[in-house]
Write a protein that binds this ligand. Structure first.
Ligand SMILES: Nc1ncnc2c1ncn2[C@@H]1O[C@H](COP(=O)(O)OP(=O)(O)OP(=O)(O)O)[C@@H](O)[C@H]1O
Ligand SMILES: O=P(O)(O)OC[C@H]1O[C@H](OP(=O)(O)OP(=O)(O)O)[C@H](O)[C@@H]1O
Ligand SMILES: [Mg+2]
Length: 285
């Protein structure tokens, strides 16, 4: 039986969330410690544990069919590789930063300067578009230290909370790109694997929809129902059921996690009581 081969980061920032999303899709993987390959028990899938930075080449060579990878790595090394789905975790940006003490007005200030980075292609392309040329110093880790040891005038690296920049006395001056984990697809994927990919994508989308929404139940006096229903659109429209106590109803609906607190405030003001909020495991639209 054909199995789809998926690359997952062996260890690092993407590993845990990548395995969690597969698990939330109902896929059980037997994980031995230090295993490089594992087979799913209940889905035609094999997991290859690889380094994030090596994955574009493995996709290109057809060693794996799909991969969970940082979008920033695809921009750097795999612009020929397509993205089937953004996955909503490991959000970060790739930014240029300079020492806090340096006056920075515009990207032109980097003309002829030395930039330390692990993302030379991304930086070069960005600078070229702005008509700026700089000298690249390729470093694989601890890039933020480079200006402090006199190795570079600026750096380009991943920024998330900004605390690494802060600790190294640097300031972010240009955001080159925003990134998150994505499901990437080999240009050489077979027809059979594409069918398995469609099944996997259906599950992933249901999981992501579930994560982005909450199930809400509340009680409301009947004369307030119209107002409350207007606040709560629901998947089609809210469910309204009579309570045992006359003149009251129970309203059930789905609301987006990112607007959640504002909606709850509006519901309370409109007269809703006993509001319960539950996570949604999967949501099929
Ligand atoms: N601080 C961060 N916050 C959020 N996401 C991040 C952060 N640092 C890295 N990432 C994302 O996670 C990916 C993996 O980062 P990580 O540092 O674990 O591995 P790596 O050193 O880039 O790769 P490799 O697996 O090749 O060693 C990055 O490509 C990026 O997409
Ligand atoms: O803005 P922050 O929240 O501080 O995150 C940014 C830092 O996180 C990543 O490093 P990581 O911790 O993955 O270490 P690494 O250099 O060993 O990959 C990245 O390379 C930055 O250094
Ligand atoms: Mg890192």
């Amino acid at each position: 039986m054909t199995k789809i081969r998926i690359a997952v980061q062996k260890s690092g920032r993407l590993n845990e969330d990548s395995l969690r999303i597969l698990k939330d899709c109902g896929i059980s993987i037997d994980n031995g410690k230090d295993q490089l390959k594992a087979t799913a028990r209940n889905f035609p899938l094999e997991v290859f544990y690889l380094r994030n930075g090596d994955i574009p080449q493995y996709l290109r060579d057809g060693v794996v069919d799909i991969a969970i990878i940082g979008e920033n790595v695809l921009v750097e090394k795999g612009s020929d590789i397509s993205i089937a789905q953004k996955l909503g975790f490991s959000r970060c940006r790739v930014s240029l930063a300079v020492p806090k003490s340096v006056k920075y007005n515009s990207i032109q200030d980097l003309q002829g300067k030395r930039i330390a980075t692990s993302y030379p292609n991304t930086v070069k392309k960005y600078l070229e578009e702005q008509g700026v040329s700089s000298e690249m110093h390729i470093i694989n880790g601890s890039v933020e230290i480079a200006p402090n040891i006199g190795l570079a005038d600026a750096i380009c690296d991943i920024v998330s909370s900004g605390s690494t920049l802060f600790k190294n006395n640097l300031k972010e001056v240009e955001v080159i790109l925003k990134s998150e984990a994505v499901l990437a697809v080999s240009p050489n994927i077979s027809e059979e694997c594409r069918e398995i990919l469609e099944k996997l994508l259906f599950r992933i989308k249901s999981v992501l929809q579930g994560r982005q929404n909450k199930y809400v139940l509340l009680n409301a006096p009947n004369q307030k129902l119209d107002e409350i229903i207007n606040i709560l659109p629901g998947m089609r429209s809210p469910t309204v059921l009579p309570l045992a106590q006359e003149g009251w109803s129970s309203v059930h609906s789905v609301i987006q996690s990112n607007t959640f607190w504002e909606v709850i405030d509006q519901l309370k003001q409109a007269g809703a009581e006993g509001i319960l909020v539950c996570p949604i495991e999967k949501m099929v639209i």
